[in-house]
Write a protein that binds this ligand. Sequence first.
Ligand SMILES: C[S@@+](CC[C@H](N)C(=O)[O-])C[C@H]1O[C@@H](n2cnc3c(N)ncnc32)[C@H](O)[C@@H]1O
Length: 356
Amino acid sequence: MRQLLLYCRAGFEKECAAEIQDKAGQQGVAGFCKLSNNSAFVIFEAYDSESLASFYRDYDFDKLIFARQWCLLVDEKLELDPADRVSAVVQAALGAELRNLGELRVEYPETNDGKTLSTLARKFTVPLRQALRQCGVLLKKENQRAPVLHLFMLSGKEAYLGLSYPENNSPLENGIMRLKFPSEAPSRSTLKLEEAFIQFIPKDEWETRLASGMNAVDLGACPGGWTYQLVKRSMMVVAIDNGMMADSLMDTGQVKHYQVDGFKYTPDKKNVYWLVCDMIEKPQRVGDLVCDWLINGWCQESIFNLKLPMKKRYETVAEVLEAMQQKLKEAGLRVRFQAKHLYHDREEVTVHVCKA
Ligand SMILES: C[S@@+](CC[C@H](N)C(=O)[O-])C[C@H]1O[C@@H](n2cnc3c(N)ncnc32)[C@H](O)[C@@H]1O
């Protein structure tokens, strides 16, 4: 197995490729990427299968920003006969000596064409799972600790077959976190912060880290989608933006709105836990600002978006994160960083940083 399949947002194949090549390269895994624009996936082919296997096993998937999911390809592209798709998959799995896998996911690229495969993928899952169980490729019962088999359908006639490890993959179908838009929220942006909380903060820590009564500051808050997520968790929010906040949020009594510049606002007291920031600004400027908040002790944790430039998007994100880490280290702060191109993000990535 010399190839990794990485799923990403359509239009971000170059970023996904630049990142995997950079990060695998740093671990001594040389290779090249195969991609086509707007396909929503990338294949990374390593020159050496053993080093790829250990990279895939040991490198923390959560450190990848642009990949939503990754799996090791077990074979070249499979040809599927629409009259009997099951046999080709079973043969390929047996040929690769796959045994005792815990789960089957039939997936597809998140493109307009890809999405038309969702019904087929759902219907095909049932007979394929049954056949794979009968021949021992899959365990008789779903097991969330055993490896996952991915059939990534490119069309009704072609697919890739891959393998991932549940301790180091995305647990989500297609790597996508689907969330329902809360009708009371003033903007769809609300889903970005909701997804970020789920992605970055373990559920069993929500009671202490997303607790009611906490103070939060939201820079670039209007009309209030992010503030809504904080208010919903019974926090007190200072919303900074020259625009207008939704009345429904102001009516809660939990929000103070100041129409001032987010780069100039400083809190009166050091009682703010969360700083969130969705201002449309140069990523370097936002990175510097968040560092200042942490260094001055004005917040404990932050979630913010880095709006991506038109070109060199991966390189820009990597540079900004590197500069932030350096600045915080020089100030003697130990922090943890996580960054992800979330499903609800567009031309931006979401970053979480907290004091270690
Ligand atoms: C993408 S919108 C924020 C959407 C918001 N997070 C929500 O969920 O509704 C960006 C906001 O940043 C604000 N903004 C941009 N630069 C700013 C600055 N220097 N200070 C304060 N707000 C700023 C804009 O007025 C705009 O409302």
